[in-house]
Design a protein around this ligand. Structure first.
Ligand code: MTE
Ligand code: MO
Length: 255
């Protein structure tokens, strides 16, 4: 049977209409109050040492537990062509990348274990097999852009310097030469094949404000984890200090 919607008559008796309006209003008010109360409760909780309310931290932890289960090192971030990469790369965050830096004195320090530190030059790193990655770089602030990077796979680097024991640990920490910016990343994400010790952007040496001479590119993480200007690399089973996690951001920050 065909219904002629335009001519269909609706019987709206005024009483039931009013009743429905009042009911909707009550339900809406109750939900609004519940939401407001939950919000107040959440934000009035005292922050813990890591600068965030315990209930929010519990959310992060549950999130990390869930998403690290789905993590697979063989799942690569989407790749783009060089033509798709932006020419003018945004500069975001300059903690630890100040102009007082003396490039000639730079040497990468890799702490194998206490008292055993490797000293590695930029030329040593450039002598290893070069890998290029073009991916959509995402910042937690809500912007993203397709960018093109070149460097050494972190996994290749570990093999070359016989760091198998270190790569079996839970975390890798990195610190800028001045100690002002620092991040910790889980080893499975560090070993993902698109994670680079990066010394090139758009086919040229890294600009100063993009972390010359060496930065981390780790496409499975948000921008906060891509430390610019690596001074020290170390390994540990406990979470290394992390600049933005200490401000209350998610430690895992996975994508
Ligand atoms: N040393 C250092 N590295 C850093 C930051 C910083 O402030 N200092 N900011 C991070 C953030 S929040 C982002 S989004 C990216 C931005 O990288 P870009 O400046 O190359 O775009 O760098 C990350 N690495
Ligand atoms: Mo960011």
């Amino acid at each position: 049977m065909k219904t002629n919607w335009e001519n269909r008559e609706f019987s709206t008796d005024e009483k039931s209409f009013k009743k429905a309006t009042v009911q909707s209003f009550i339900v809406f008010s109750l939900l609004f109050l519940a939401g407001g109360t939950a919000w107040l409760w959440l934000y009035q909780q005292p922050k813990t040492a890591d600068n965030v309310q315990p209930a929010l931290r519990a959310g992060y932890v549950a999130n990390e537990r869930l998403f690290s289960k789905f993590y697979s090192a063989s799942k690569e971030s989407k790749s783009f062509t060089k033509e798709e990469a932006v020419k003018k790369v945004r500069v975001n965050g300059n903690v630890g990348v100040g102009n007082d830096f003396k490039p000639d004195n730079w040497i990468l320090k890799v702490a194998k274990k206490p008292g055993d530190t490797l000293l590695i030059t930029l030329d040593d790193i450039k002598a290893l097999h070069k890998t290029e990655v073009i991916f959509d770089f995402k910042c937690v602030e809500g912007w993203s852009q397709v960018t093109w990077w070149g460097g050494v796979r972190f996994g290749d680097f570990l093999k070359k310097y016989n760091l198998a024991a270190q790569s079996a640990m839970n975390y890798c920490g990195m610190v800028t030469p001045d100690g002002k910016y620092y991040v910790g990343n889980d080893l499975p994400s560090m070993l993902q094949p698109q994670t680079l010790l990066c010394y090139e952007m758009n086919g040229k040496s890294l600009p100063n404000n993009q972390g010359y001479p060496l930065r981390l590119i780790i496409p499975v993480k948000y921008g906060i984890k891509h430390l610019k200007r690596i001074g020290i690399i170390f390994f540990s089973n406990e979470k290394p200090r992390d600049y933005w996690a200490e401000q209350g951001y998610d430690y895992y920050s996975g994508l």
